[in-house]
Each structure stands twice: as C-alpha cells, then as structure tokens.
Ligand binder design. Structure first.
Ligand code: ADP
Length: 944
C-alpha cells in the first residue's frame, strides 16, 4: 500500500458513511468488506449481515439485470470481469430483489488492487445507486415512446392496444384499459392484455364474471368515483381477500398470482374518460410510488390522446358532414372574398343562378348575377364592414314580371374570419322559396275563393266573384261563361285595366260551340278538357274567330297567353272560365293546375247553388204534397219508396215509417206498380175494410212518382147501382110473372075456369100486386130517406096497441110452423114515435123473423119499459146471421149470401129503411144473432 494520510479507522468511518455501496472481495470471491450502503442495496439491514453471507448465498438474493433489461450472467458483473481483466470495469447493473421484486439499479465500478508482485489482492467495488435516474430515464424513454404512439394514431382503441403492448411486460404483467362510452356512459373494456396468453384467458374470465361496474369496491369503480389513482403495492394476502367478492373470485386472483396493482384515471381537462389498470403476477414485481407516477403520467397522456381522437373524429365527422352538406345541400351555399368574388359555390347555388359552379369561381356578384347585384352588394358590404351576420333576408327577382311570377329567396350571410380574426370574406346560405311563396299565394287565392263560394250561393254572383279573384292576381283578363247546350253565355268578366274592361264589355256575350266548331275548342266543352295556350298560335286564334271572336277587339284587349278551363260537375260541363295574360308564355302547367283547382271549387259551389235551388223547389213541392188529397209516393230507381205523403197515409192507413225506405214490391204488395202511365183501379185492404184505389204513374229519371185516389165511395155507388138493378129486377120479375100468368089465364077463351079457380087467379093478381107495391114503396121510401125527403112526425103512441096490430096482420099469412107471441106490459107504455114509421119498422122486423125461420119456430115481439124508455125486441129461432154481417145487414140492398139464407127472397132494403126510421126517431137498432140459432133485433125509443 502506498503511504496514506488517513488512518485505517478513519478511512473505515468514511467508507461506512458514504452513500455509495462499497465492497472489497478477496480473489476467491469472498467478501472481505462491505459498508452499510452496500448492504442496503442488497436489501440487507447491515454490513455485518452482508459479510456473514457467502458469495453464493448473496447471489441468490436477487436477480441480475443487464442494461438492456435482460438477465445478466454473474460472470458479466464488473467484479468478476476484474478477476479476468485485472483492470477497472464499469457496468450498469439492475438488481431485482427476490422475492419482493424491488428493482434497484447501480453503476457498478470494480477496481483491482494488486500487490507489489502484480498479483490480485483485492477487488474493490463501488455501487452508485442510480435507481431514481434509471426510473426517470426509463419513464422519459417510455413516455417518449408513448408520445409517438399517441400522436401517431387517431384510432384511440388501436392506440391503447399499442400502449398496452409497451407496458406489458416492461412495466406490468398485465394491463386493462376501460373507457367510458360517450353515449351510454357505461364502461367499455377497450384493452385487455397479459404477458401470458393462458393467464390472459383467466383475466378475461375474471373481468367477465366480476365486472368492475357491478362491484362498488373494485379499484376501477373506486378510481372512477374519486378520480384518484389507486396503488396496491402488495396484494398478496389481505388485499386480495378484501377485493374478492366470493371464493371463486379469490381463486381467480390467486390463479393470476396477483401481486401488485395500479389503477390510474384517464383524465383530460377534468373529464374522466376511463381507467388504466396495471397488474403484476408471476414476475413477482411490486409497484411503488414511482410506478404510480409513471402510470399517472401515461394515463394523462393517453387521456389526452383519447380526447384528441374523439375530437378529431367529431371534427372530421362534422367536416365531412359539412362538406357533404356544402356539396349536396338543397340550399345554396357560397363563399365570397372581400372583393365579392365567388370563392366557392355548391351545386344548389349554381343552379339557383342558372350557371355551373365553375362559371362562378373568381367572378364577382355583378358579373354572375347582374340583376341581383345592386341589391346584394350593399348587403355583402355591410356584413364585411360590421362583421355582423344578416339573417333571413328575403329578396325577390321581379325581372320576369307577370302576375305571380316573381322568384323569391331567403338568405343569410355571415362574415368568414381568417386565423388572424380578420374578416376575410362572406359565407351565405340561400334558399329559393319561390315554390313556397307561390304555394302560399295559391293557397291564399284558393282560400279566398273558397270563402267567396261559401258566402254566396247565387250562381251569377259566384262567377262574378271568381272573375275578380283571378284578376289581377293570376290574370289580366277573365271571362266566365255558362253552358246552355252548345251555347256559352257570358255571365262575368273582368280586366285589370278599366279601359280594357270596357273593351271586353263590347265583345260578344254568347258563343256557340256546336258540333261544327273547331275540335280544339269543342273538346273544352264536350270532354271538359282544359286548354292551355301558353302563347296564342294562329290555329287557336283562327278557331276562336270561327266561333265568332272579334279579332280587332280581342287584339286591343291584348291577351297573349291564355287558359280555357271548364267547370265540370258530375261529368257535366257547366261552363268555362277563360284567363288571359298580357305576356306571351306567361301561363304554364302550374297555372293551369291552379285554375283547374279553382274551377273545381267553383263547380262545386255552382253545383251547390243548383242543389240549393232544387232543394228549395223540392221543399215547395214536398210542401204541396203535404196538402194534396191524392196519395202520392215516389219509388226510386232501386225500387225503394222515398216519399209517402200524408194523403197516402190517410187513405191506406200505412204510416210513413212503415213504407218509406222499404222496397215498394214488399211494402205495397199487390199494388199494380210498374204498369205504365194508364190508371189502374184495384182493391186493397184498407184500415176500415176494402178500398178501391186508382193509381197513375209518372216516370222520372230517378224513378217513378205514383199518385192514387180513393175510389171506394164512387165504387160503392157503382156497386149500389148494379146491386139495385139486379136485385130489384129479380124481385120485381117474380110477382110480375105471377100476375102476368094469372091475367093471361083469365084472358084465355079456350080455358074454362070455375069460380074458385077464377078467384084464385084474382087472389094471385092482387097478392102479387100488393107485393109489387110494397117493393116499389120500399124503393121509394129508401130513396126518400136517402134524399132526406122522408121525415118522421113524433107523437105519443100506444106501443102495445101498435105491436098487437102488427102481430095480427102477420098472423094473416103466417107460414106453417111459425108461431107468434106478444109480450107487452099492462098497461102498455106510451112512446114518443112516428106511429107509421114505428109500425113499418115492427112489420119489417117481424116479417124478417118469420121469413128467415123457414123451419118454423116461435117469433116473439116484446115491448118493455126500460129506464124511461121503451124497448122493442123481435126474437126468432130461425137461420141467424153470421157475426161478420151484423153491421152490413143495415146497408142498403145488402143481403146475406143466398146460400146462408136458403134462397129466401128480398130486396135488402127492409133493415136499411128500419134503421133509418129508428135513427130518425132517436133510437138505434141492435142485432144479436148467431148463425143457426136465430136472431134478436131490438131498439129503444123514449117514453112519452
Ligand atoms: P131482405 O129484403 O133481404 O129481407 P132486409 O134489409 O130486411 O132485406 O134484410 C137484410 C138481410 O138481413 C136479409 O137478406 C137477411 O139475409 C138478413 N136478415 C134480416 N133479418 C133476419 C133474420 N131475422 N134472420 C136471419 N136473417 C135476417
């Protein structure tokens, strides 16, 4: 050793206290000296402890790592190399302490100490700890790498995957990146990476079965909640058990050998985008605060990268959208520079200006759209000068002036600023709203017309108003004609200029568009086809002249574009509206459509007017039908009854609701419907018996109107007449024949008659003459009763006496088998009656009783006082009368069916006369009778 100013103890004290580790080794590798710093570098508490270990024991304590990060063979250590080289050796050596995994780095310098012979005596090694520097360097390197990574990609999922590849296995055994989905706010596992593919599966399973969002205590959830990073330096015992939800969870952690754990937030500008989780397992490595710092930094950078990627995506999306919008937007979009030159225009704007986009570029407003420039330039300049946008400016181009033909735009202009904030030009959004404006105007016109139509229902007035709706808005001139067959009669006209309206007044009011008329015009009326004459060609003018147009006047009115639009309702042309405009080419299909619609509405209004008129007339007719005495009903084309007037109800007894809306065939079964116009007489069952109706029919386009009249009374008179003739002739013939026969016999000279025979003949003659006289008397009496000539004279009459006389008379020619009985009280009551009349009634009733008892039997006549009246009853045990005839036997000439009356003769006048007389005396004859059981006739008269 060379002379040294320091004493060995002094040197030892210095060496012990330096921060660098110092060791001295014998040539056999045995450690002969170590200071405390060296011991600490090896994870040992003291130099003494270190010195107590053998070289091999010492080497087992850590894993050596070379500068390149790869395991370093022991022979590569500077102290070993010195043994070979015998010169000072340097190296950067990493020591990963086993089993904890704490990694420390040192610059190691080993120096040989040679003795005088040059033999190696000692190897002095100095360890200068560079763990911090190393970390910092590594971080910087690492961050530099990530930096390029983050700036390279804008697909953040791919970037994060690459980040994971950088981190695993260098920094961690596994890495998971979770990102919060922007839309849903839920956590999405973007990256999951483990150095060992098998363990990666375990990790995936772990994550799938125990997702962090379902575990409040999960570090990821914790970090997302607090925004603070999370470090578990040694997870092996308590921490794992705490983090595990259940046994299986714990088992999975253990399968991963989960050791140390870091979760850092992905945070950018105060916004949490997700987390990065780093874990160690099989490496046994433990994270410390330095790793946490690095991870935080990585997290910050990654978050920024993610945000940039998102922003870029949004920006590029919107840029792409913007560009698509610019190109394909249905609105015009343009940019102008400060000189008002077109810089960019989209297709829509180019079309609005009726030029190609290319034709715009570099040219000024005044060059491209000279007619609009005077209006637009001041506007643009204002935007440039004030930097204020102009929003929703409406402009109109009336260069093609004509009624309703202007073009309209709605525009917004805004300043475009350069990077320096200076206004570098103008952007504009221009929308053509001509269509909307026209549609608006059109709607307004139609609405106005609709209002007119609804406010007036007079035809002429409707048409007058249409003329003034269309002039001047869509026409300069308008004529409206109504069709009457082939003739068109003008009902309205209007012109925008009063002088020309006067000219129009002088033009013909009627045109005839007959079969010979030019087809061009004829079809307007016949097929209801509108005619658009955008310009007036010679053919049209000639056609108009052919139907009588005065060319001179027409030219002075000055229409050069015309439309002829018919009013058509239900296939019928009601009229025509003609519209004229001064400018040739003014009218297009668009205008024609509008006028067609207007005409359609007018037709509907005209139709309504007609219907209202018709309804009024019908209402009047219907009212009349209410009052006519004849039954009237209407059957429509479908055979349904549509009308049934009150007289029809009254006559037939059928109520309106029973008949109307029913099929006539069913409701009026048995009526001779549909048999032409000739009156049909037919019987039907009426409410009070048989009715005789006379029905006439009149066809009309939609059905048939029937009228009927009740002929029952007339029919009855007719019947009576014929009944009379047949009955009376029969009844007269019998006695006349007898008288004639007897008289002839008496007259004959060849027949010798004895006195008795002669007397017999004379009896016949007188008897039958009497019968004849009675018949004639009955007829006369009936007719006098009918005419009112027969009167009764009421007096106090002895009812009993009168009854006795009647029976006595009947007794005179009583047929065999018949017995008469009289029942009268004593003293007999006095009645107020016409004695002749009363006698006649009793005679009739008793005669009938006898006559209709052909088998004989008792005939009783009873006179009995009843409550201040006297009741007369004639009772027989004869044929009887069917109940259905009880009313009718009192009718004139009515006789029961001869089969029921065994051919007993009679005129059918007796009961009629009797009932009329009794009625005149203030009573009424009643009948009670049963067929085969006899009859009882009775009546009451006041007592006198
Ligand atoms: P006639 O001359 O036919 O008897 P009437 O007016 O007296 O005419 O009677 C009308 C009809 O009433 C008769 O035809 C007969 O059929 C019926 N009749 C009247 N009285 C009787 C009676 N007592 N019994 C049965 N039938 C009667």
């Amino acid at each position: 050793m060379s002379s040294d100013p320091l004493r060995p103890d002094e040197l030892a004290s210095i060496l012990r206290n330096v921060a660098d580790g110092i060791t001295a080794q014998a040539p056999d590798g045995r450690l002969v000296y170590a200071n405390d710093a060296a011991a600490q570098l090896c994870g040992l508490a003291s130099a003494e402890e270190m010195l107590s270990l053998s070289g091999a024991e010492l080497l087992e304590r850590f894993e050596l790592i070379g500068e390149d990060g790869q395991p370093l063979p022991v022979a590569e250590l500077p102290s070993r190399r010195v043994l070979q080289e015998r010169t000072t050796q340097d190296a950067v050596v990493g020591y990963r302490l086993l089993p904890g995994g704490d990694e420390r780095w040192s610059i190691v310098r080993s120096t040989p100490i040679l003795d005088d012979t040059g033999a190696l005596r000692l190897v002095i090694t100095v360890f200068h700890d560079i763990t911090h520097q190393r970390h910092a360097e590594e971080q910087i390197r690492f961050l530099a790498q990530t930096g390029t990574l983050f700036s390279a990609g804008l697909d953040y999922a791919a970037t994060l995957a690459e980040l994971a590849a950088l981190l695993v296995p260098r920094l961690a055994d596994y890495c998971i990146v979770d990102v919060i989905e922007e839309e849903s706010g839920s956590l999405r596992q973007v990256v999951i990476s483990h150095r060992d593919p098998e363990r990666e599966q375990i990790l995936r399973e772990l994550r799938q079965r125990y997702p962090p969002e379902q575990n409040e205590a999960h570090p990821v959830t914790e970090v997302l909640r607090t925004g603070e990073p999370y470090l578990v330096e040694d997870a092996r015992d308590a921490a794992l058990t705490r983090a595990a939800v259940d046994e299986e969870h714990l088992a999975l952690y253990q399968a991963l050998e989960a050791t140390s754990y870091i979760v850092v937030p992905l945070e950018s500008r105060g916004r949490l985008l997700g987390t990065i989780s780093l874990g160690t397992g099989e490496s046994g490595r433990r994270f410390g605060p330095l790793d946490l710092d690095l991870a935080r930094e990585i997290g910050r950078r990654a978050a920024l990268a993610i945000e940039n990627a998102l922003l870029f995506r949004a920006a590029s999306d919107s840029y792409a959208q913007l560009d698509t919008l610019l190109v394909s937007a249905p609105v015009g979009i343009g940019f102008w520079d400060r000189e008002l030159r077109f810089v960019r225009v989209n297709e829509a704007l180019a079309q609005l200006n009726r030029q190609t986009p290319e034709e715009h570029i570099g040219r000024t407003l005044a060059e491209v759209i000279p007619h609009l420039a005077p209006h637009l330039e001041p506007l643009y300049r204002r935007v440039l000068e004030t930097g204020e946008p102009v929003v929703h400016e409406e402009s109109t181009d009336e260069t093609i002036a004509g009624p309703g033909d202007a073009r309209h735009w709605l525009s917004s202009y805004y300043p475009v600023r350069g990077d320096d904030g200076e206004t570098s030009g103008i952007g504009g959004v221009i929308m053509e709203i001509t269509g909307q404006r026209r549609a608006d105007a059109r709607l307004r016109l139609l609405a106005e017309a609709g209002e007119l139509f609804s406010s007036s229902l007079e035809r002429e007035e409707i048409l007058q108003r249409i003329a003034h709706v269309v002039v001047p808005r869509i026409a300069d001139a308008c004529n409206i004609y109504l069709a009457h067959g082939d003739a068109l009669d003008r009902v309205a006209y209007a012109h925008a200029e009063p002088e020309r309206e006067l000219l129009m007044a002088e033009m013909p009011n009627r045109y005839v568009v007959g079969p010979d008329a030019p087809p061009l015009l004829r079809q307007v009326i016949v097929s209801g086809e509108p005619l658009l004459a955008s310009t007036l060609d010679p053919d049209l003018l000639q056609a108009l002249e052919e139907i009588g147009l005065d060319r001179g006047a027409f030219d002075r009115v000055g229409s050069h574009s015309m439309m002829f639009v018919p009013f058509v309702s239900r296939g019928v042309t009601l009229g025509v509206i003609t519209l004229g405009a001064r400018e040739a080419g003014r009218y297009t299909d668009y205008d024609l459509e509008l006028v067609r619609e207007l005409a359609g509405r007018a037709s509907a209004a005209l139709d309504n007017a007609r219907l209202v008129g018709e309804l009024r007339r019908r209402a009047q007719a219907a009212e009349a039908l209410e009052f006519v005495g004849d039954g009237v009903f209407l059957v429509d084309g479908d055979g349904v009854v549509r009308l049934w007037n009150p007289a029809a109800v009254r006559i037939t007894g059928f109520r309106e609701e029973e008949i109307v809306d029913s099929q006539a065939e069913r409701a009026l079964a048995g009526w001779p419907l549909g048999q032409g116009a000739r009156a049909q007489t037919f019987p039907v069952d009426g409410p009070h018996g048989e009715l005789w109706l006379s029905l006439t029919a009149a066809e009309f386009p939609n059905g048939t109107v029937y009228a009927f009249r009740d002929l029952t009374d007339e029919r009855a008179v007719e019947q009576l007449k014929s009944d009379f003739v047949s009955t009376v002739s029969h009844e007269l013939r019998t006695p006349l024949a007898a008288i004639y026969g007897a008289a002839m016999t008496l007259q004959r000279g060849d027949v010798e008659l004895n006195d008795a025979q002669e007397a017999g003949m004379l009896d016949v003659i007188s008897g039958e003459s009497e019968r004849l006289a009675r018949i004639v008397n009955d007829i006369l009496l009936a007719s006098r009763l009918d005419s009112g000539a027969a009167t009764v004279e009421i007096s106090r009459t002895d009812a009993a006496g009168l009854a006795r006389g009647v029976l006595a008379a009947a007794e005179a020619h009583l047929p065999p088998g018949v017995e008469l009985a009289l029942a009268v009280p004593e003293p007999g009551p006095q009645v107020a009656a016409d004695p002749d009349g009363l006698r006649q009634v009793l005679v009739n009733l008793v005669e009938n009783a006898v006559k209709y008892s052909p088998e004989g039997g008792l005939v009783e006549l009873e006179v009995a006082p009843v409550d201040g009246r006297v009741r007369f009853t004639v009772r027989d045990r004869g044929l009887g009368i069917p109940a259905s005839d009880h009313d009718r036997i009192f009718e004139k000439f009515f006789r029961i069916d001869p089969n029921l009356s065994r051919g007993v003769g009679g005129t059918g006048l007796g009961l009629y006369i009797s009932s009329e007389i009794v009625r005149r005396m203030g009573g009424r004859i009643d009948v009670e009778s049963e067929l085969g059981r006899g009859s009882t006739f009775s009546f009451e008269l006041p007592r006198a």
